[in-house]
Design a protein around this ligand. Structure first.
Ligand SMILES: *[C@@H]1O[C@H](CO)[C@@H](O)[C@H](O)[C@H]1NC(C)=O
Length: 290
């Protein structure tokens, strides 16, 4: 009896030592497991760089089966692109990063050290990039129209990339911030479509910036990146409109007067100099008379 427990204890010790030698028990856990997502392109990143082990990413929508991306199984990378794998954009996902033996190395362990990500929902959490837009000025009706280009997402469907308007549909608005050039007062306009029309003062230049707005999201996630600032051209009035005919006639008259005065002065000067040249100096004058 005693010898049998002794042998059993010895075997246990030996197996523990073997595990220790092969090193499978002490793979470090992944750290800083982080989602980063822009326009629905979604990466999971973590650390540290693996040494004698590898990482496997598992992810699942709440209430659904676990899944893996074939590119992120026993990988030496510290990043996994899950863009095309999170197919239900409105679902809430979690990911586990497992520290496993390198490819080709077997292990008896049933469960590997793993670290769970925070929750991530593409529809609620992806950051929306800055839109581009064009300005059109209607001089007759004094209206300015902004045509906003919906940013493209990274979601592939029917052999093309969907734009964010096709994903968010009616949830997508645009926030337009604008001011009259040279003024500091900012105004804000929200539009349901990718077109915004506003009344403008005649001939004035306005400066605009545009960002996506998704009011259905939580407060901190509603606004997308701000576009670059663009200004409508200041209308170039013709010189007659700007000053009126009378002022221009007056200006031309003034210029002519100045020119005439200058010519007259030059003429007087020249005549005086010529007269001085024709008659000799004071010293010479008496001599001729003698
Ligand atoms: C986005 O997709 C919708 C629907 O197909 C389309 O009407 C709109 O013009 C697209 N926007 C851009 C900028 O291509």
């Amino acid at each position: 009896m005693e010898t049998r427990t002794f042998i059993a204890f010895g075997l246990l010790l030996a197996s523990l030592c073997l595990c220790g030698v092969s090193g499978t028990t002490d793979f470090p856990k992944a750290q800083d497991v982080t989602w980063s997502s822009n326009n629905f392109k979604t990466l999971l990143t973590w650390g540290p760089e693996p040494t004698n082990y590898a990482y496997t990413v598992e992810f699942y929508a709440v209430g659904k089966d676990r899944d893996r991306n074939p590119h992120c199984i026993r990988t030496k990378n510290t990043e996994c692109d899950l863009t095309s794998r999170l197919t239900d954009l409105k679902a809430t996902y979690y990911a586990d990063v497992l520290s496993e033996p390198e490819r080709g190395v077997t292990s008896d362990l049933v469960e590997f050290p793993h670290t769970r990500s925070k929750r991530f929902c593409p529809y609620k959490d992806t950051l929306i990039g800055r839109p581009d837009f064009k300005i059109e000025v209607d001089k007759v009706r004094n209206k300015i129209t902004l045509d906003i280009e919906d940013p493209l997402s990274a979601i592939y469907q029917d052999n093309r990339l969907l734009n964010i308007s096709e994903i968010f549909k009616d949830d997508l608005k645009y926030k337009v911030t604008y001011r009259k050039a040279g003024s500091t007062g900012k105004k804000v306009l929200t539009t349901d479509t990718s077109r915004a029309v506003l009344d403008a003062d005649e001939g004035e230049s306005y400066c605009f910036s545009v960002q996506a707005l998704i009011p259905s999201r939580s407060v901190g996630m509603q606004l997308g990146d701000m576009s670059r600032l663009q200004c409508s051209p200041r209308e170039n009035k013709s010189i007659f409109e700007e000053y009126g005919l009378g002022v221009i006639a007056g200006a031309i008259l003034a210029i002519m007067v100045v020119v005439i005065v200058v010519i007259a002065l030059i003429a007087v000067c020249c005549r005086r100099r010529r007269r001085e040249a024709a008659s000799p100096g004071k010293d010479g004058a008496p001599l001729t008379q003698v």
